[in-house]
Design a protein around this ligand. Structure first.
Ligand SMILES: CC(C)(COP(=O)(O)OP(=O)(O)OC[C@H]1O[C@@H](n2cnc3c(N)ncnc32)[C@H](O)[C@@H]1OP(=O)(O)O)[C@@H](O)C(=O)NCCC(=O)NCCS
Length: 442
């Protein structure tokens, strides 16, 4: 493998700015990245490890879980061993276990070499306590195991020391015996144990519709449906999915249902796949999410009562400027709302001013729905709209959420002169002493 170094990798400052915009939402949260053995054999692995190095340099802790099915198959073939199962999901006999131990060791060793070349400090651990799976459908799975416990404290201690844990698809039981594990299952268990913000699966293929279009988002329920084998007698136009994708959908849905907010399925056959998925609004793979269906839309007259009710408390708290029904009605076209399963949970307004300056106002998320990213989504939506209108700058006046804009959303502190003249006077006259925050839309 040729590993690009920081000196040879191409640098685009526009990309860097785009990335930094997203960094605050990752602060202090762990990302678990699970990479299939087949991807680790491909020429794209160099680029993937470089993506991990970028995350590391941004202080976003990552845990790397790896598979080894392709390497187990290849080593078995070379040794003349008929492997009983390659991916740790089926039965593992003694001969296959020995091949798996050697194949996994080689993968781990190569990874350590490549990570060292990128100045990434990493450590392999015995953090997975496993038990033999036992019998499934009447078949003894032999040395195949399942994760019993993840030593989260040990992994967190490594992360604290800025060492990236590298977790192989092997576990140990209390008696010191080695068991073969499935890396997709391992990654889900590790993500849950570490309360990870994201679990990213990078396999050899991405998820597409029958027409070949990317499936960008799935709810947990939809992921489960897709993972379920179609009954043999059912008339279906769905092409059967490869086992690797079925496994990722299954374990991804499980992790998401149990508490990992976002699970991503990516194809490892393109450059910068990890960064492109994490640091762009549209992503490049499939995201599984647990949230109920929601979307941002223009406000309509029917939303007025809900809008007024939602704003009442923040207005009383002096976080929002008081607005009458007539005020909102007069500028209803500027308001956007976010709706979850038919209920309004947040709103924001975008006022366009002359000279390419736009103003974000009236941002508000219902108390019961706070902390679920709706505020961020509304702001990002309005940023995109302002960009589409050709605005160069977006400003907001805030009494209590200026830190939210600056620390969570990457806005910068502004000044009263960032506002267009008539707004400047109105802001100074209302006595709220609001802070100005701004986003250059470039
Ligand atoms: C500010 C507001 C819109 C954020 O909405 P939200 O959907 O809860 O925000 P998100 O889910 O995108 O982000 C939540 C994160 O922002 C932080 N945050 C929320 N409000 C904050 C504030 N006023 N100051 C600093 N950080 C804040 C939360 O602590 C949380 O941090 P965490 O991810 O580390 O747990 C919402 O709190 C609100 O309606 N506030 C009252 C009205 C207001 O002040 N509006 C701004 C007028 S310009």
């Amino acid at each position: 493998m040729t590993t690009p170094t920081a000196d040879t990798a191409p640098m685009d400052f526009g990309d860097l700015r785009g990335i930094l915009r997203y960094v605050p939402q990752f602060r202090g949260r762990i990302i678990v990245v699970a990479v299939d053995g087949g991807v680790l054999q491909s020429p794209k692995v160099a680029n993937l490890l470089l993506d991990l190095a970028v995350l590391n340099s941004l202080n976003i802790p990552t845990v790397l879980v790896h598979g080894a099915a392709a390497q187990v198959r290849e080593l078995g073939r070379r040794r003349g061993v008929a492997v009983s199962n390659d991916d740790g999901a089926g039965a593992t006999d003694q001969a296959t276990l020995e091949v798996a131990i050697d194949a996994v060791s080689r993968v781990g060793h190569q990874l350590m070499c490549d990570l060292t070349a990128l100045d990434l400090r990493a450590a392999t651990t015995n953090a997975l306590i496993a038990h033999p799976t036992g019998l499934r459908d009447g078949v003894d799975l032999g040395f195949t195991g399942r994760v019993e416990r993840v030593d989260a404290a040990a992994l967190k201690a490594l992360i604290q020391e800025r060492l990236m844990p590298v977790i192989p698809p092997l576990g140990f039981d209390g008696g010191g015996r080695t068991l073969r594990l499935n890396s997709d299952a391992v990654a889900a268990e590790v993500a849950l144990a570490l309360d990870a913000l994201k679990l990213v699966y990078i396999g050899e293929q991405g998820l597409q519709t029958a027409a070949g279009d990317r499936i960008a988002q799935l709810t947990v329920q939809q992921a489960r449906e897709l993972a379920r084998p179609a009954p043999a007698d059912a008339a279906t136009d769905r092409a059967p999915l490869p086992p690797g994708l079925i496994s990722k959908l299954r374990y991804g849905a499980l992790a998401c249902q149990e508490g990992v907010p976002r699970v991503h399925l990516l194809a490892g056959d393109r450059d910068e796949v990890l960064l492109a998925e994490l640091f762009s609004a549209q992503g490049v793979g499939t995201m599984i999410h647990a949230d109920a269906y929601h979307h941002v839309r223009k406000a309509s007259a029917a939303d007025l009562p809900a809008l007024l009710a939602m704003m009442q408390y923040p207005v009383e708290e002096s976080a929002l400027l008081p607005r009458s029904k007539a005020d909102i009605e007069a500028r209803l076209g500027d308001f956007r709302v976010i709706e979850v399963d038919g209920h309004l949970v947040g709103c924001v307004a975008l006022h366009l001013h002359p000279d390419g300056v736009a103003e974000l106002a009236g941002l508000c998320v219902r108390r019961a729905n706070k902390g679920r990213g709706f505020g961020r989504e509304l702001v990002r939506h309005v940023e995109n709209e302002a960009r589409q209108h050709g605005c160069r700058r977006l400003v907001a006046l805030s009494t209590q959420a200026f830190r939210y804009f600056e620390e969570r959303l990457g806005w910068e502190p502004g000044e009263i002169n960032d506002l267009p003249e008539p707004r400047r006077q109105a802001a100074a006259a209302n006595g709220r002493n609001s802070r100005v925050v701004r986003r250059e839309l470039g």
